[in-house]
Design a protein around this ligand. Structure first.
Ligand SMILES: Cc1cc2nc3c(=O)[nH]c(=O)nc-3n(C[C@H](O)[C@H](O)[C@H](O)COP(=O)(O)O)c2cc1C
Length: 388
């Protein structure tokens, strides 16, 4: 066993992996991943909304063989998890997109590739035989969107996830203060940070400067020095609306997911357009600071969707029991963002596998202790209603 493998094996929680990530990464990279917008109210609320909820366990139930599997987009998944799309994740570990996708496939769960990934759509599909979804940020250039969608279709992606909560980049103040920008430029300060985190710096040097290969030449080169969020936001179509989702529904023949929904009214309208899943998310508190916590929005969204589409949720999942709570609040599965990215930062693919192993172990233990042997049968009756 290498020293990294030993260190990963010693990590018993996602928080342990987060601490490892914090040690390994230069501060500006760790804060880019860990941070949220403005005062980080929504970021904190995402956790609080899961933590506040309590379950009322059932007893005298046969929990000798708990089954955490779930149907996700109509197909069986070994665990009720999806790896959420994360752009620029290669900053955490060289080739993190691939590491995340491979670990997802090994655990039998879907992986969503971000528009802002640093691996090609086709290259990933060739390298990973698992369930792949492509996340689309709708660019202002319609031809570019059409090309991205056509490439994902040709490469056999199972689902298109259109993210709708980024009409502009959130105001992420840590990134502004740290001067993390694209194109990535190394200032003297960044070089010092690299020198004090040699393992990370060496990895980056070997991997070469990360590039958003799927949108090469499409983000413009004006406004250099913007934060990653601002740069991305500047190039997205802020006029994208319900009619556009309907058109996308006509054009895309496979599963369609709309990500970044919090309002029940929006969820009802989106469900009526024939999408396959509504993904409740506030982008991990990285966009509107002051937006409702995802777990708080979830029951109202699920009620509005009325079973016409699946309901996924992310933003704040850090424990296996969070998936159980999310199920009780109306979701069919949860998206994992930072929880797995901390793992990638701590140890690449092995770190992501460790994160998934920890979360899966916690979930099956919680199912046993709560007396809920089948994840899919969990409903609101397990929630302590006095705690919301
Ligand atoms: C570093 C990072 C990059 C992200 N990039 C994207 C992206 O490219 N597309 C997208 O739809 N969401 C993106 N997200 C949001 C995630 O998909 C997900 O909604 C969020 O991480 C969930 O919150 P959590 O990390 O607190 O669980 C990103 C999140 C992080 C942390």
């Amino acid at each position: 066993m290498s020293s990294l493998e030993r260190a990963l094996a010693r990590a018993v929680s996602v928080e342990d992996l987060r601490r490892m990530a914090r040690r390994r990464l230069p501060r500006l990279v760790f804060e880019f991943i860990d941070g949220g917008a403005e005062d980080e109210l929504t970021l904190a609320d995402n956790r609080a909304a899961f933590e506040r909820r309590r379950l009322v366990p059932r007893v005298l139930v046969d929990v000798s063989a708990p089954d955490p599997s779930a149907a996700i987009l109509g197909r069986a998944s070994a665990l009720p998890f999806v790896i959420a799309p994360m752009g620029s994740c290669t900053l955490a570990w060289p080739g993190a997109d691939l590491a995340l996708a491979r670990a997802a496939a090994a655990h039998g769960i879907p992986f969503a590739l971000s528009t802002m990934a640093t691996i090609g759509i086709e290259q990933l599909a060739e390298a990973v035989p698992g369930r792949l979804w492509f996340q689309l940020y709708v660019l202002r250039n319609p031809d570019a969107n059409a090309r991205l969608v056509a490439r994902a279709e040709a490469a056999g992606y199972e689902a298109l996830v259109v993210t709708v909560d980024l009409p502009a980049g959130g105001k992420r103040e840590r990134d502004l203060r740290n001067g993390i920008a694209i194109p990535l430029r190394l200032s003297g300060r960044h070089l010092i940070e690299g020198a004090t985190h040699p393992k990370w710096a060496l990895g980056m040097l070997r991997g070469g400067m990360p590039e958003f290969v799927n949108v090469r030449g499409l983000l413009g080169d004006e406004g250099a020095g913007l934060t990653i969020a601002a740069r991305v936001g500047q190039n997205l179509d802020a006029a994208f609306g319900f009619d556009d989702v309907a058109r996308l529904r006509e054009r895309w023949p496979r599963k369609l997911v709309v990500k970044g929904v919090l309002h029940a009214g929006d969820a009802a309208r989106i469900a009526s357009l024939g999408v396959d899943a509504v993904w409740v998310s506030n982008h991990g508190g990285r966009q509107l600071d002051g937006a409702v916590a995802a777990a708080d929005a979830l029951p109202r969204v699920a009620a509005a969707v009325q079973g016409r589409a699946e309901v996924l949720v992310d933003s704040g999942v850090r424990r296996g029991i969070d998936a159980l709570k999310a199920r009780a609040l109306g979701a069919s599965a949860v998206g994992l963002g930072r929880a797995v990215l901390y793992g990638a930062a701590a140890g690449g693919e092995a770190g992501v596998r460790r994160a998934l192993e920890i979360l899966a172990g916690e979930l099956t233990l919680a199912m046993k202790l709560a007396g809920t042997p089948r994840f899919e049968s969990v409903d609101a009756s397990i929630l302590d209603s006095s705690r919301g």
